[in-house]
Design a protein around this ligand. Structure first.
Ligand code: EPZ
Length: 429
């Protein structure tokens, strides 16, 4: 298995182009099931997760073609007909968001058999709200031997869907299912994340009638059919935030380009509070830190526009060398501190109690062997490695490859000493 090795101490100086958002791309790819015409997605990230989903969609009847042209990385998805409504455990287990094919399959062909995704290292992550939404739209749902059997032979019907709390995945799933329903659907207490707005724009480009994404109430007026479209995936705010934290950690000056301002204000405010300089630009921001040590600040994760849970691990890494004590509260997932013991292997001083971690900044981290436990945890270890004395090696980086495109190349271009070690063999630059 590949590992990443980092030699700490180099400042970061340069430009990092932000890729298309993983968490948007995989929902947009699922939208291709809703039409018999081609959907062309541009600004597509090339990641293990997009490959996983491509594999599942191919089994369901979607022709998936990737190309790299003058307009960048694209994926063409074309489902002239749905050849199977079956999403097996092996594929859904590997990537939970695969579960979101359920709604589009039922909407387009009236039936689906999709594996329940099971738990995950960051929390139990049930899908009850997803099922509540698809059921409200008139599908008959049965759970049997780990599978969801959904049927709506006469099509889905518009409905009022009230979520008891905010769920990004369930809101997206409800939107994907309701666009072909007969009548109007209203989603109350919808998630407001930018990826929802991206999904609305893509669905509307395909002929859907969706309004209100980005607010707590989304209204969908069902249409009988959708058509093909071309849509550019929104920039990845979590990747942007991750490199912003990396720059603040290592020091130097990094310009993040191809991004969109306004998507990570909660993080940028905390970086400023900690002492980094942040300058917003037309297509991203410039992060600077020259010399002075950062000050500890507290964070609490929250749904958008609050501090993103997907940036919590990275921020914890940043706080390990800040001056003072930082309190980090995780409110979205019940077990999202798996990176803390690994950061402690690098010399960090952290104590975790329930949903709160206390990080007391140390003067210097020391390089060590550490292990990635999930996607964002793994990149937090790379960030810590940027300032740790000597060499840090991060194993199990298949987690990292799920969501960060060409990470070594992007950091390396700014002067970081980061290399991938293939298998158990020799290091490769
Ligand atoms: C999305 O997960 C993202 N994943 C996550 O990013 C992100 O952390 C999360 O939203 C919150 O922003 C993708 O987009 C693929 P939720 P999702 O439904 O949709 C509970 C990453 O690293 N819940 O908003 O699964 C759930 O357990 C990943 O890229 C239910 O109880 O998140 C959690 O505690 C990790 N029942 C809370 O709601 C349900 O039916 C919020 O989860 C659904 C969710």
């Amino acid at each position: 298995m590949d590992r990443i090795a980092i030699i700490g101490g180099a400042q970061l100086n340069g430009t990092i182009p932000v890729s298309g958002a993983k968490n948007s791309a995989i929902k947009l790819m699922a939208a291709s099931l809703l039409t018999d015409e081609p959907l062309r997605l541009t600004n597509m990230p090339r990641l293990a997760d997009t490959r996983f989903l491509g594999k599942l969609l191919t089994r369901l009847g979607v022709q998936v073609t990737e190309s790299d042209g003058p307009d960048g990385q694209q994926t063409l998805l074309h489902a002239p007909e749905i050849t199977s409504g079956f999403a097996p455990y092996d594929l859904v287990r590997q990537m939970r968001a695969s579960f979101n094919v359920l709604g589009p399959l039922v909407a387009r062909s009236g039936q689906a058999k999709v594996s329940l995704p099971g738990g995950c290292t960051i929390g139990a992550r049930p899908v009850d709200l997803h099922l509540q939404a698809i059921e409200a739209l008139g599908a008959k749902i049965d759970l049997h031997e780990g599978y969801v059997y959904a049927q709506a032979p006469r099509g889905l019907k518009g409905a009022e869907i009230r979520f008891p709390f905010v769920s990004v995945g369930a809101t997206e799933h409800a939107m994907l299912a309701a666009v072909l329903a007969d009548g109007v659907s209203v989603i109350h207490n919808a998630a407001c994340e930018p990826e929802l707005v991206d999904l609305q724009e893509c669905l509307n480009a395909m002929g859907a009638k969706v309004e209100g994404a980005g607010t707590p109430t989304v209204t969908i007026t069902g249409v009988p059919r959708l058509h093909g479209a071309t849509h550019a995936v929104i920039p990845d705010r979590i990747e942007m935030g991750t490199y912003a934290v990396a720059a603040a950690m290592a020091g130097g000056e990094v310009r993040l380009s191809n991004a969109r301002p306004g998507l990570i204000d909660a993080l940028l405010d905390k970086l400023k509070e900690a002492g980094a300089s942040v300058e917003e630009t037309a297509d991203g921001c410039i992060i600077r830190r020259n010399g002075q040590r950062l000050t500890a600040v507290d964070i609490e994760t929250a749904p958008f526009p609050g501090f993103a849970t997907d940036l919590q691990a990275q921020f914890m890494a940043l706080m390990t060398t800040a001056k003072g004590e930082s309190r980090i509260r995780e409110t979205i997932f019940e077990n999202r501190f798996m990176h803390a013991p690994e950061l402690m292997r690098l010399g960090a001083d952290i104590s975790v109690s329930g949903g709160e971690a206390r990080v007391r900044g140390v003067d210097q981290l020391e390089g060590a062997q550490v292990m990635a436990t999930d996607l964002r945890a793994s990149v937090s270890l790379v960030i810590a490695g940027l300032v740790a004395r000597g060499e840090t090696t991060v194993s199990r980086i298949y987690h990292l490859d799920r969501g960060f495109e060409r990470l070594e190349e992007k950091l390396g271009a700014c002067g970081a000493q980061v290399r991938r070690i293939k298998g158990d063999g020799e290091a490769e630059l």
